[in-house]
Ligand binder design. Structure first.
Ligand code: F6P
Length: 510
C-alpha cells in the first residue's frame, strides 16, 4: 500500500524472525492475558499466533488510519457503502429493534410462518405443509442451511424439516424426491435476483415433476410453490401467487441475507423465538462492533489478524475448523462471505491494487478435518492461520472428547515434538486462534455470524475495496450461456475460443 507509514511499520515488524517464533514470544510475561479477549458469549484466544502486543497495537493504528470508525458509522447510518451498485448495506437494520425495517421484516416472515404452522397454507395437493424444500444457491442457501443445522440439533426439535436443493444435478433432485413427502411439501424458491440460472432450472424441474402428478391442482388458495426475493415482478411472472411471496430489499447483500426473509426456513425449522434470539445476538454484536475500542473489538481483532497474516507475514490460506457438528456448514458459509466479498483486485475507485486481499478459505468439521488434512498442518512446510471453534456448554461425553481434541490440536501445533526418528518429529511453532462460544444458543449463533460479517467489512475498509459486490462471478456465467446457445444453434465456430476449451466442448458433444 503506497504512502502509508503504518503499512511500512507493520512490514518491518513482520520481517523480524522473533515474531514468527512462538517459543520466544511466550518469554514475555502476561502474553496470555494480553491476547485473550472476552465479550458476551465469545472467548477469543489469540495467544498462539505469530503476533505480539506491539504488532497488535500497530494493526489497531492501521485500522484508525483507514478511518474505520467513520466507515462503521457509514454502514450503520445507511450511507452508500456498496459504491458499485450505489446502495447502502442494510442487513444490520433487520436486527435492530429500534429500526422500522426490523418490525416489517419480522411481521412479514412470521405472518406467513404462522399460517404455515397453523396448517392454513395448503399445498397444490390441498394438504397442510409438513416439509419445506429451499431452492436456492450461494447466499440464498448457505446461511439458512448453516443456521437450520446449528439450531435444530435433533430432527425432533425441528418443527418443519427443511431440505435444500442448491446445485443443478438430476441425481440430487432424484434423491430429494425419494426423501420428501411431495404432497405435504412447500417448495421455496429463494433468490434475491430471481434470475440465478441454477435456482430457476431446479424450480422448473420441480414444477415439471409436480405437474406430472394427477392430484396436483394448484389454484389461488393452494400452492406448492413460494418465493423469497428482492424481485417481486419476476416472481409474479413465474406464477407465484402474491400471498406466497416474501420480499426483502435490494440493499441486503445475498451473502448477508440470512436475517431477512431468506431466513424464513430457519423460522419454520427452529421456531420464532429462536429467530428473534438469533437477531438479538447479532444486534448485540453490532453494538459491540460500533462501540468498542479497536483493541478490544472482537470483529476488528479478527480482521486485523487476517490482514496481518495475509499482507505482512505473507500467508495466503486460512482454515476455519468448528469442533461441533452443528456448525459443520460454517466453513462453507464463511468461504462465500470472505472470498466473494473480498476476492477483489480493484479498490473502491476502480484502480488495480498492489496488495493481496482475501486468503483462500477452506475448512470442515474439526474431527473430519483431523483425519483428512491436519497432517499437512503439523508437518507441511507452510504454516497458515487456523481458527479452532468450540462450544463450551455441552450435554454429552462426546462433546468433551471434541473439545479436548480441539485444545490438543492447538497445543500440538504450537509445541511440536522432537523424535529420535526425524520423520516422526513435528516442528511445532504453527499458529492458531481458538474461539470458544459459551453455548450454541440462537443468540450465540447470531453473535458469531455477525462477528464474521463485521470482520469482512473491517477488512474491506482497510483494503479500500467494496465487499458488497461480486462482478467477477458474472464472466463464467455468461460464457456458459454463450456456449449453450452456440451449441444449440450449431454455431460453435463463431465463438472465439481457445483450442483447449473448444476441444472440451467437442468432447462433451461426442
Ligand atoms: O454467486 C453469485 C451470486 O450472485 C451470489 O452473490 C448470490 O448469493 C448467489 O449468486 C445467489 O443469488 P440469488 O439469490 O440472486 O439467486
Amino acid at each position: 500500500m503506497q504512502n502509508n507509514p503504518l503499512w511500512d511499520r507493520l512490514t518491518e515488524l513482520a520481517s523480524q524472525d522473533a515474531i514468527k517464533d512462538l517459543a520466544s514470544l511466550w518469554q514475555k510475561p502476561n502474553r496470555h492475558q494480553a491476547l485473550v479477549f472476552e465479550h458476551d458469549n465469545i472467548y477469543l484466544d489469540l495467544s498462539k499466533n505469530w503476533l505480539d502486543e506491539e504488532a497488535l497495537a500497530a494493526l489497531c493504528d492501521l485500522a484508525s488510519h483507514a478511518n474505520l470508525q467513520a466507515a462503521i458509522e457509514q454502514l450503520f447510518n445507511g450511507d452508500v457503502v456498496n459504491t458499485t451498485d450505489q446502495l447502502p448495506a442494510t442487513h444490520t437494520t433487520l436486527r435492530d429493534p429500534d429500526h422500522p425495517n426490523y418490525q416489517d421484516n419480522i411481521q412479514s416472515i412470521f405472518g406467513l410462518a404462522d399460517r404455515v404452522l397453523a396448517g392454513d397454507i395448503k399445498t397444490g395437493f390441498g394438504q397442510p405443509v409438513k416439509q419445506l424444500v429451499n431452492i436456492g444457491i450461494g447466499g440464498s442457501y448457505l446461511g439458512p442451511r448453516l443456521v437450520v443445522e446449528a439450531l435444530t440439533e435433533l430432527q425432533s426439535e425441528s418443527r418443519i424439516p427443511i431440505f435444500f436443493a442448491a446445485s443443478v444435478d438430476d441425481s440430487l433432485l432424484n434423491q430429494l424426491f425419494n426423501s420428501i413427502d411431495i404432497e405435504h411439501c412447500l417448495f421455496c424458491i429463494s433468490s434475491k435476483s430471481f434470475s440465478t440460472v441454477e435456482t430457476l432450472m431446479n424450480a422448473r424441474a420441480i414444477h415439471a415433476k409436480l405437474k406430472n402428478i394427477p392430484s396436483y391442482a394448484p389454484n389461488d388458495q393452494q400452492s406448492s410453490l413460494m418465493a423469497i426475493t428482492a424481485n417481486q415482478q419476476r416472481a409474479l411472472e413465474a406464477g407465484i401467487p402474491p400471498h406466497m411471496i416474501l420480499l426483502f430489499d435490494e440493499s441486503i447483500g445475498g451473502r448477508f441475507s440470512l436475517w431477512s426473509a431468506i431466513g424464513f426456513p430457519i423460522v419454520l425449522a427452529a421456531g420464532k423465538q429462536k429467530f428473534l434470539d438469533l437477531l438479538a445476538g447479532a444486534h448485540a454484536m453490532d453494538l459491540h462492533y460500533r462501540q468498542q475500542e479497536f483493541a478490544h473489538n472482537i470483529p476488528v481483532l479478527m480482521a486485523l489478524m487476517s490482514i496481518w497474516y495475509r499482507n505482512f507475514i505473507g500467508l495466503s490460506a486460512y482454515s476455519c475448523l468448528p469442533y461441533d457438528a452443528r456448525l459443520r456448514s460454517l466453513p462453507k458459509w464463511l468461504q462465500q462471505l470472505m472470498m466473494e466479498s473480498a476476492g477483489k483486485m480493484h479498490n473502491v475507485n476502480g484502480d488495480v491494487i498492489n496488495y493481496p486481499t482475501t486468503p483462500w478459505v477452506f475448512g470442515d468439521h474439526g474431527q473430519l478435518s483431523q483425519h483428512a488434512f491436519f497432517q499437512a498442518f503439523h508437518q507441511g512446510i507452510d504454516a497458515l492461520p487456523l481458527d479452532f471453534i468450540g462450544v463450551l456448554e455441552h450435554k454429552s461425553p462426546s462433546q468433551d472428547f471434541l473439545l479436548f481434541n480441539l485444545i490438543a490440536q492447538g497445543a500440538a501445533l504450537m509445541q511440536g515434538k522432537e523424535e529420535d526418528h526425524s520423520m516422526k518429529g513435528c516442528p511445532g511453532n504453527k499458529p492458531s486462534t481458538t474461539l470458544l462460544l459459551k453455548n450454541l444458543s440462537a443468540r450465540s449463533v447470531g453473535q458469531l455470524l455477525a462477528m464474521y460479517e463485521h470482520m469482512i467489512y473491517t477488512q474491506a475498509v482497510i483494503w479500500n475495496i467494496n465487499c458488497f459486490d461480486q462482478p467477477g462471478v458474472e464472466l463464467g456465467k455468461s460464457i456458459a450461456r454463450d456456449i449453450q446457445q452456440h451449441v444449440e444453434n450449431n454455431t460453435l465456430n463463431e465463438m472465439a475460443l481457445d483450442p483447449s476449451t473448444l476441444a472440451l466442448i467437442k468432447k462433451v458433444m461426442e
